[in-house]
Ligand binder design. Structure first.
Ligand code: FES
Length: 107
């Protein structure tokens, strides 16, 4: 299974295994990673699953969708060029080793 490393604002790293086809958000929740709220359960409605994608990985992700793009304007922490919603990051084999940085807060 691909692994994902979540890096907390205090630099703590949590490395989890993710199922192919799952979202990065779900991998975080299933493995008890705090820092992802995911109020809407992955329906692209809440923006509480915001992450900053490590710049080495951003080009390997699928293109950002219109709904995700709009929601990212309403994140609790400032949107940056590498901001994504983790519920919209579908895990594929090429994402093995993905690194996602967690924002200071989600709400
Ligand atoms: Fe709500 Fe991602 S879980 S937008």
């Amino acid at each position: 299974m691909p692994s994902i490393s979540f890096i907390h604002p205090d630099h703590r790293v949590e490395r989890v295994e993710a199922e192919i086809g799952d979202s990065a958000m779900r991998a975080a929740l299933v493995n008890g990673v705090d820092g992802i709220v995911a109020e809407c359960g992955g329906s692209a409605l809440c923006a509480t699953c915001h992450v900053y994608v490590d710049k080495q990985w951003i080009s390997r992700l699928a293109a950002i969708g219109d709904d995700e793009d709009a929601l990212l304007d309403g994140t609790a922490c400032e949107r940056q060029a590498n901001s994504r919603l983790s519920c919209q990051i579908k895990i594929t084999p090429v994402l093995d080793g993905l690194v996602l940085l967690l924002p200071e807060r989600q709400v």
